[in-house]
Design a protein around this ligand. Structure first.
Ligand code: PLP
Length: 376
């Protein structure tokens, strides 16, 4: 006898769908940038231009590479103290108490776990749209209502007043600053306003994955002020360590304890821990890489402006271009030219997201984009 006998046809369908999702392990999948892009399954040729996942083409800095090579021989040991040293280094740099910083192997994990812990069928997940989608997927698992609030026109900043109005039952407000996929900034005063006016019991999560590329002010001061705020940081972006995996959740200890219940180990791979620690000790790494990225981005913007393609006022290592035709068409046509850009973001169906690669990669992108846009 099948388990679903006695269910109505539509419940039977949902039951079968839910079982399929569960047996495929999707319910507990943490959606990362490559998974969201469907890029995890693809193979690319050696000379492909990969400006699809907001990665950093520079990779880890030289001292980080050396630290990784040197620690490899100790890979047989757990060496948990290396993650502790990293956490102490970060906390000291930021003027945070140690118990306000929780290391994770990347920031996707704490993002996913925070949504699981802080949203539910009666506590909604309030996000901008378009925004980074991981939390929306996680909210499907927790059964929370996903409240999508359009970004403000022109500035593409989070519209915090509209988010407050739309989320009287919010469990979690998600602010990505700079925002993925637009690269745009939400002001610190707007984030403060959200925190001051949010419904009691709700939490504001500020995802600062790309903050080092921008002039945005961090929300870590709100954590220090004991507010209901969780800040996420990652080593995947300006530090060029997406494949090594390192990140932090930063919040009051009682807030850090909530996602923690879903977390596995407290420790990062030793390669990531040493690479991250030495990267934090490189005083020029962030300003130099910020400048390199901004220089290449400015050149691309000048070209786009000259050719009449509007783009978002991005301060990050990616931006969106208005193509005035379905994004999928442009993405597919560029792929034919061996240039791979970001996925479709349905809230902006005629915009495409492009990561800032090296100068050479961006020259190849512009040549391919020119060709695609001038050939129907
Ligand atoms: N948050 C945002 C906005 C991102 O774009 C990404 C990755 O692209 C992440 C978090 C997670 O990155 P990771 O898990 O590599 O730290």
């Amino acid at each position: 006898m099948l388990k679903y006998a006695g269910l109505s046809p539509s419940s039977r369908r949902s039951f079968l769908q839910a079982s399929a999702v569960a047996s495929a392990g999707l319910a507990f999948r943490v959606w990362t940038e490559p998974l969201l892009a469907g890029a995890a399954e693809k193979t690319f040729s050696e000379n492909a231009v990969l400006i699809n996942l907001n990665e950093n083409p520079l990779g880890p800095c030289e001292p980080a590479r050396q630290a990784v090579a040197k620690i490899a021989a100790q890979g047989g040991r757990y060496s948990v103290s290396l993650t502790e040293e990293l956490t102490r280094t970060f906390a000291a740099n930021e003027g945070l108490k140690l118990e306000y910083v929780r290391p994770y192997p990347g920031s996707s994990d704490p993002l996913h776990y925070s949504v699981l812990a802080l949203t539910s069928p009666t506590m909604s997940y309030v996000t901008a749209d378009p925004a980074y989608e991981t939390g929306m997927r996680s909210a499907e698992v927790s059964g929370a209502r996903v409240v999508r609030v359009p970004l403000a026109p022109k500035t593409f900043a989070h519209d915090v007043k509209a988010m407050l109005a739309a989320g009287p039952d919010a469990g979690l407000f998600y602010i990505c600053n700079p925002n993925n996929p637009t690269g745009t900034i939400t002001s610190h005063s707007d984030i403060e306003y959200l925190v001051a006016n949010k419904p009691k019991g709700s939490i504001v999560m500020v995802d600062e994955a790309y903050i080092h590329f921008s002039d945005a002010e961090s929300a870590i001061d709100l954590v220090k002020a004991e507010k209901d705020v969780i800040v996420l940081r990652t080593f995947s972006k300006i530090y060029g360590m997406a494949g090594l995996r390192g990140g932090f959740a930063i919040a009051r200890p009682d807030l850090l304890a909530k996602p923690e219940v879903y977390a596995g180990t407290r420790y990062m791979p030793i390669t990531a821990a040493v690479a991250a620690t030495v990267s934090l000790r490189e005083p020029n790494l962030v300003p130099e890489r910020k400048q390199i990225n901004a220089g290449i981005r400015t050149n691309v913007f000048e070209w786009l402006d000259k050719k009449g393609f509007p783009h978002t006022p991005s301060q990050a290592n990616f931006f969106m271009v208005e193509t005035k035709r379905p994004a999928k068409q442009v993405i597919d046509a560029l792929a034919q030219e061996n240039v791979f850009i970001g996925r479709v973001f349905p809230a902006l169906p005629t915009h495409v997201r492009v990561t800032v690669g090296t100068k050479d990669e961006m020259d190849r992108f512009l040549a391919a984009f020119d060709h695609v846009m001038s050939h129907g």
